[in-house]
Design a protein around this ligand. Structure first.
Ligand code: 5RP
Length: 268
């Protein structure tokens, strides 16, 4: 691995835990103004100090994040289809490596749709993006997207999608937690981080997901809705950090959540 690429990889992971807490705020690229991300700048600002990396598109980066921010940027560079279509796999690369360099990205990210109608294009796009990333010294994160078929999130499918992504040169992979997740980890030679998926039934459920993912070999999380759709986003992010970096139990993380919650507003 070239020095620049290795340096960018290391910037995203805490040296002590060798894990990362990425904040995912890229949903608008295909979902539009997602609930509680309508004003992306307002959602992101209080969370940035507690994120090891910020995963987003160039549009939101340029419009909603100050260039003074020291946080490494994971730039989403794929898109081209919206939730208005059933087949979400018809994506292409929508941002050039030259723009990723201009934006000082620590990594670029694209969705990979294994088993979907546009599997071939998405895998070829990944290969091309890795070529461009290697040339620029910028790591590539493959995101094993499941489109609208959330039931696809099983170990057999995700192990296949993660391994194929790594074989094509992805330097890290974002995937989903699933039963049998350790099989996904075993088959993937590059670090894995897990997404949270749609909002779970409680903050505790999201903390449990993170705990299990770390226990079974994930190198961190790249989580969105279960943080900023929580009623206590900053407290939630701090609780997740305790799990990912300090190996806190779910109970200890719940204590962090309780102690960091904003006090209830005084009655008028
Ligand atoms: C959208 C994404 C998201 O970044 C990813 O799913 C993580 O966010 P969440 O935890 O809300 O699922 O890749 O395509």
């Amino acid at each position: 691995m070239d020095w620049g690429l290795a340096n960018r990889m290391h910037r995203m992971f805490r040296p002590t835990s060798r894990n990362t807490v990425m904040l995912a705020v890229d949903h608008g690229y295909f979902m539009g103004p997602t609930r509680r991300l309508e004003d992306a700048g307002a959602t992101i600002a209080p969370l940035v100090p507690y994120a090891d990396a910020l995963a987003l598109t160039r549009g939101i980066l340029r419009h909603a994040v100050a260039p003074t921010v020291p946080t490494p940027i994971v730039l989403r560079v794929s898109g081209g289809v919206t939730v208005l279509h059933d087949d979400l796999s018809h994506e292409a690369l929508t941002t050039s490596m030259a723009d990723a360099v201009r934006l000082n990205a620590a990594a670029v990210a694209m969705s990979v749709f294994v088993g979907a109608p546009h599997e071939h294009e998405s895998l070829v796009n990944l290969g091309n993006l890795v070529d461009a990333g290697e040339a620029a010294g910028i790591p590539v994160m493959a995101i094993t997207a499941v489109g609208k078929e959330l039931e696809k999130r099983d170990a057999r499918y995700l192990a296949l999608a993660c391994r194929v992504s790594a074989e094509l040169g992805a330097h890290l992979v974002k995937t989903y937690y699933c039963d049998g997740f350790s099989k996904v980890v075993e088959g993937c030679p590059v670090p894995l981080v897990v997404a949270g998926g749609p909002r779970l039934e409680s903050d505790r459920a999201a903390l449990e997901l993170a705990r299990r993912a770390i226990d079974e070999g994930a190198h961190g999380i790249d989580m969105g809705r279960n943080i900023w759709q929580s009623d206590h986003p900053v407290a939630m992010l701090k609780a997740l950090r305790a799990i990912v970096h300090e190996r806190a139990t779910v109970g200890e993380a719940m204590d962090v959540l309780a102690s960091e919650r904003a006090p209830a507003a005084a009655p008028a």
